[in-house]
Write a protein that binds this ligand. Structure first.
Ligand SMILES: [Zn+2]
Length: 285
């Protein structure tokens, strides 16, 4: 369900995928990330357009759950992102084909969306990629509001968070996983921690995290602690001489949170990849 976080700021946090949203200004609407599930994407576009024309669509990172739904927002404003998001937009790798990953979720999480899901050729012919990109912090102004696009590398290299000072609201993207397992297996955790420190300086009341329910600024410290906990857990295992697989099988962090909505079945996969990533980084450091 799309709910109003504060006056004119809307987000959807209870469906599979990231937490997309939109903000209403005096001159039109700014969409921040797009729902991965077709029915939700169509619904969000309709809800956003009921407040005025969509002028900008901002993608906060390149992961499929933040960008796939762009397809359903064709013709609705200018798509904006960090350079890296465009560079990696729906790139197929041996370990993940993002199109297949998006498709896999539809029968279970959006059966009504099966007919809306584009076939591969149609999808890749026009994905509604960003046409305006930037490589550092950027500021966007529309009507009465300012959108600070803050570069926060760590979870991904092209990560941004979107701050709307007039609303004391931050769309934190995957800088923050609130109350659900953190995915960090391709991340640079040290950079991520530095990015969280920079977000701490903002004047905030509301955070729309990348995953999990809307929260307050206290979750920035909580996320920092989660990242430290992962580092310490894997370092402790290594110091005891445990193998990577023992570290995965005995993982104490497994029970702290479940994985976000619709992805609970992926818990082992998340734990395994998070441990592997850290184990390798600590071993090479
Ligand atoms: Zn992500």
């Amino acid at each position: 369900m799309i709910r109003e976080v504060t006056d004119g700021v809307f987000a959807e946090t209870d469906v599979r995928g990231c937490n997309p949203g939109f903000v209403v200004t005096s001159e039109g609407v700014v969409v921040i990330d797009t729902p991965q599930l077709p029915t939700r994407a169509v619904e969000m576009r309709k809800a956003a357009e009921s407040h005025g024309p969509i002028v900008y669509l901002i993608n906060t990172e390149h992961h499929v759950d933040h960008i796939f739904g762009n397809y359903f927002f064709k013709g609705a404003g200018t798509v904006i992102s960090h350079d890296y998001v465009l560079q990696e937009f729906m790139t197929v790798y041996p370990e993940i084909n993002p199109y297949e990953y998006a498709k896999e979720a539809v029968p279970t999480d959006d059966p009504d969306g099966i007919g809306l899901f584009p076939d591969e050729e149609a999808y890749f012919a026009d994905m509604n990629q960003p046409t305006v990109t930037f490589s550092a912090d950027a500021t966007l102004r529309l009507g009465d509001l300012t959108f600070e696009l803050i570069a926060t590398p760590g979870h991904t290299p092209g990560q941004i968070a979107v701050y709307i000072p007039q609303k004391k609201t931050l769309f934190a993207s995957d800088n923050i996983f609130n109350g659900v397992q953190t995915w960090h297996y391709t991340s640079n955790i040290n950079q991520w921690i530095d990015s969280l420190k920079s977000l701490k300086k903002l004047d905030l009341e509301f955070i729309v995290p990348g995953h999990g329910p809307v929260c307050g600024p206290d979750r920035i410290d909580a996320q920092m602690a989660v990242l430290h906990e992962w580092q310490y857990y894997v370092a402790d295992c290594m110091a005891r001489g445990m193998s990577e697989s023992d570290c995965i099988e005995n993982c104490k962090i497994r029970d702290r949170y479940s994985v976000d909505i619709g992805q609970e079945y992926m818990l082992h996969h998340v734990i395994e990849n998070n441990v592997k990533s850290l184990y390798q980084k600590l071993a090479c450091a």
